[in-house]
Design a protein. Structure first.
Length: 278
């Protein structure tokens, strides 16, 4: 396959430059990347999360932007698979797996999650106002994002699903015209939502499950980047590459699904170790 702006596959001898653009989500879906590790019953191709880790790492060696798009989209898919609102997940998952719409998690993907937004009860639903800064994987026209929202001061925040189709939601690109990870700020101004748009009643609960998944996927990106640097600076098979492989083996041990992630502290140690291999 030739390497162009929409291609995902890359030759194994392509050096890391960091300048390859991220491919379109649709192309990722056509190559079956978004469904790796997703059970067939949920629209995926089966396999496990270890398979997906390797795919993210492979992409990161060629284009960190491509790997980040893939990881953020897949993290969003994984969150929906574990959300309480089964109807919402069933409706949105096919579009996400087919790459027709992008998804981002402001509460569970960032290393420093955005604070909960405040919602005003109208008696028939809620009105939401607030800003979400530097959100990755926000498409130009059609996107989904989840956010922590506090509907009552004394109640734990809910995890709300927002859609670009909703009135009062405005996107401002932060990517300076680059088609890479598509960072954007999203401003909500009196956005109306109902109870059936809440993905999970207790956002803290699902965040405890999904944050280790996000950290683990960021390690996959770091793995690919470390391998690419080693390929440029050294010959394969030297201690640096062996050290990366050992770190990855420990990270993947016992992981089959997103509910089997290592503790976050262990993932953080692996991330630090990866930075010391080059």
């Amino acid at each position: 396959m030739s390497m162009n702006s929409d291609a995902v596959s890359s030759p194994s001898n392509t050096p890391f430059t960091g300048h390859h653009p991220a491919p379109a989500l649709g192309e990722m879906a056509r190559q079956g990347l978004l469904g790796i590790g997703v059970p067939a019953a949920h629209g995926g191709s089966g396999g496990n999360m270890r398979d997906f880790f390797h795919e993210v790492a492979r992409l990161a060696a060629w284009s960190p932007a491509a790997a980040c798009v893939l990881a953020v989209q897949r993290h969003f898919i994984e969150l929906l698979r574990h959300a309480q609102n089964v109807g919402l997940a069933s409706y949105r998952l096919p579009l996400l797996l087919e790459g027709h719409i992008s998804g981002a998690c402001t509460a569970t993907w960032p290393q420093s999650p955005l604070p909960p937004l405040l919602a005003r009860d109208t008696g028939r639903g809620w009105r939401l106002t607030g800003a979400m800064q530097a959100v990755p994987n926000i498409g130009d026209d059609w996107y989904l994002l989840t956010a922590w929202v506090r509907t009552l001061p004394s109640k734990a925040p809910v995890l709300l699903m927002l859609s670009s189709e909703q009135d009062g939601l405005r996107r401002t690109s932060l990517s300076n015209g680059r088609a890479d990870v598509r960072f954007a700020s999203v401003l909500a101004s009196e956005v109306y939502f109902r109870e059936d748009e809440v993905a999970h009643e207790n956002a803290d609960e699902i965040a405890r499950l999904m944050r280790p998944v996000a950290a683990w996927l960021r390690c996959a990106i770091a793995t690919g980047r470390a391998r690419a640097r080693l390929a440029v600076e050294h010959h394969p098979g030297l201690p640096g590459e062996l050290a990366v492989n050992q770190i990855v083996d420990r990270l993947l041990h016992g992981v089959g699904s997103s509910s089997e992630m290592p503790p976050e502290a262990e993932i953080a140690q692996a991330m630090q170790a990866l930075t010391r291999t080059t």
